[in-house]
Design a protein. Sequence first.
Length: 459
Amino acid sequence: MTCKDDALMSRRKMLMSSSGTAAIAAAFTFPGSVQAGQASVSRPVNKRSAPSDLKITDMRACTVAANYDYPIIRIDTNQGVYGLGEVRDAGVKGIALILKAHILGKNPLEIDNILRGIRQFANHGRMGGGYSAVDMALHDISGKVYGVPAWQLIGSKYRDRIRIYCDTTGHKDPKIYGDRMAARKKMGFTFFKMDLYTSLVRDRPGAVNASGAATEKGLGYLCEYIQAVRDAIGWDAPLAADHFGRLSVNDCIRYARAFEPYQLAWAEDIQLNWKDWRGYKEIRAATTTPILTGEDIFGLEEGFQVLIDNDAVDIIHPDPETSGALRETKRIADYADMRGIPTAVHFAGSPVGCMASVHMAATIRNFVAMENHAVDMPWWGDLVTGPAKPIVQDGYIPVPDTPGLGVELNEEVVKKYLRYPGYFEPTPMYDDFIVSGFRRVGPWWHYDEDGKYGNTMTY
């Protein structure tokens, strides 16, 4: 460790004894939790299915047009049991449909084997959406077959309801911004996040430098917005901030230090390049403002592990529709917990992915809060049946105990808001796949051990 590192860490340790500790404590204290190991929910096996003979027969999709596009998939089986899943918001349904040929004919209850087979096709950002959608649908099917909620398939339930935070539209007038946040509080929310765009102060003389970052004067103006929100919601409420713009590591440190007096729950994606764990580590060591990232990362080994192993962030922030949905996101959160790092959940999709994420979040021991990006859409909850309405109740979502994800699509409403014509239309064009430049059709042609070419093996 260099002298610079020693100095940064010493400053962090000194400052964490006061305001930073209070900020994290406020963020992670909440009602509604239950003890680990509580009695699990068990239900009779679904007599309509014969689990050992269950096979995947189809995958179809449709896209709902909302604040973002919501690509929703349905995996069908030979016994009439189906599962719903969702591709990452603003993604495309084809990211999931290209996986269809790799899962046809498989038993959907063999979740680990299927996910292992398609993991090679997953990646960061929206490219994690196909894998994640399949994970959701498989857990939905398995829960329905065995008569248990999806959370019970991946772990113990630590809480009966999930604390929700929501974004709030900003305004250049700090007072109006504060009023909008106060309205969120009246709705019952207990955890808040604001968008703190540098562009809010760009038209003020001397507020932004040539590189697009706020000057010290500009940071003072940005802090006026935080102060207005604090005045509106109080100092005891967790408040996070996001969307600062493209910043250098040194600018990130300046921003984070300017925010310290306001005890933010976290500064989100303050450096946009999450792959630069060294930069995140340097920022974290230089401030008591908690640092968070992760919404565009898929998988533990593929991205989160390096951040966690190097103590580069205070909190991880997976989006289940990118990170791997239930099973992989639970795995990521458990790994972070072993290093004392909590998990907050990013989410901006439909009620299908939302409830899948709720099941997952219920099993995370070191959980903070989960995002909802649709609290201003009056018909958002009408897209599904099953959960109690409204889905978000006084800032929380109850964890379902019904089989699978506990949601079914409201066909009438979904059809009303489709982005493209067609509601789960047939997808025969995805029945085959390409391997090494050749299309698989029926048996797999290959050379055997004796050098003979034939179709004796089915791939």
